[in-house]
Ligand binder design. Structure first.
Ligand code: ADP
Ligand code: AMP
Length: 207
């Protein structure tokens, strides 16, 4: 089974698309953001290391994230990586322990992602992702899946979003060119409703 990377700015819809594509294609979804938030919530050593970086909208150091991913993908294939790699050093580190067969770049402009992040809500219990404008829960403030409370992520505050976008441009955008040169990059227009985006991503991954 092939290993896949989902690339794109914060708010591109990586998590939303990854959950649906992984289920449809039987891939093993790994979101480094979700893993790190869980470590922070449980107050582990890793969570304590990561928290400040995350709150400020900065990247957690490469060696910390690389070790975390390496441990979680050991012995697996058919992995769908969401939010990793985010730097060239992470891409190079990853190549040493997991071959990347396809990279799907979710292309969407800054104004749209900033809008999406302003209205993103996540379930405090299960982490499911909603949007007050485009992906509303059936009952206001409650998760459709588990009934948990919907909250705003602290790093979705406007000033943190602005910084995360700068970090994305500086650290992560070069990965588009990096994977294009390797001949594994496929671009998908992500400025469309999730159903259309996920259908395209699934088509790409089946081909
Ligand atoms: P990422 O993981 O790339 O940061 P998310 O999947 O969390 O992005 O999506 C960011 C926000 O945008 C969420 O509120 C989500 O519900 C919403 N969203 C995701 N995909 C789309 C889309 N194609 N169109 C509109 N809103 C979307
Ligand atoms: P995300 O859920 O992908 O938006 O990630 C939330 C935050 O977790 C980021 O702003 C970073 O602080 C941290 N993070 C997630 N993935 C990585 C990564 N691959 N490298 C460094 N930091 C990461």
């Amino acid at each position: 089974m092939r290993n896949v990377v989902l690339l794109g700015p914060p708010g591109a819809g990586k998590g939303t698309i990854a959950v649906r594509a992984a289920e449809e294609l039987n891939l093993s979804h790994l979101s480094t953001g979700d893993v790190l938030r869980d470590e922070v919530a449980r107050g582990t050593e890793l969570g304590k290391k990561a928290r400040g970086f995350m709150d400020r909208g900065e990247l957690v150091p490469d060696e910390v994230v690389l070790a975390m991913v390496r441990e979680r993908v050991r012995g697996r294939e058919g992995v769908l990586l969401d939010g990793f790699p985010r730097t060239l050093a992470q891409a190079e580190g990853l190549a040493e322990f997991l071959p990347v067969h396809v990279v799907v770049y979710l292309a969407v402009g800054k104004d749209e992602v900033v809008r999406r992040l302003g209205s993103r809500r996540v379930c405090a219990s299960c982490g499911a992702v909603y949007n007050l404008v485009t992906q509303r829960p059936r009952t206001a403030g409650r998760c459709d899946r588990c009934g948990g409370e919907l909250r705003q992520r602290p790093d979705d505050a406007p000033e943190v979003v602005a910084h995360r976008y700068e970090v994305y441009e500086r650290e992560s955008q070069p990965l588009i060119e990096h994977y294009a040169r390797q001949g594994v990059l496929v671009s998908v227009d992500a400025a469309r409703p999730p159903e259309a985006v996920v259908a395209d991503v699934i088509r790409v991954l089946r081909s």
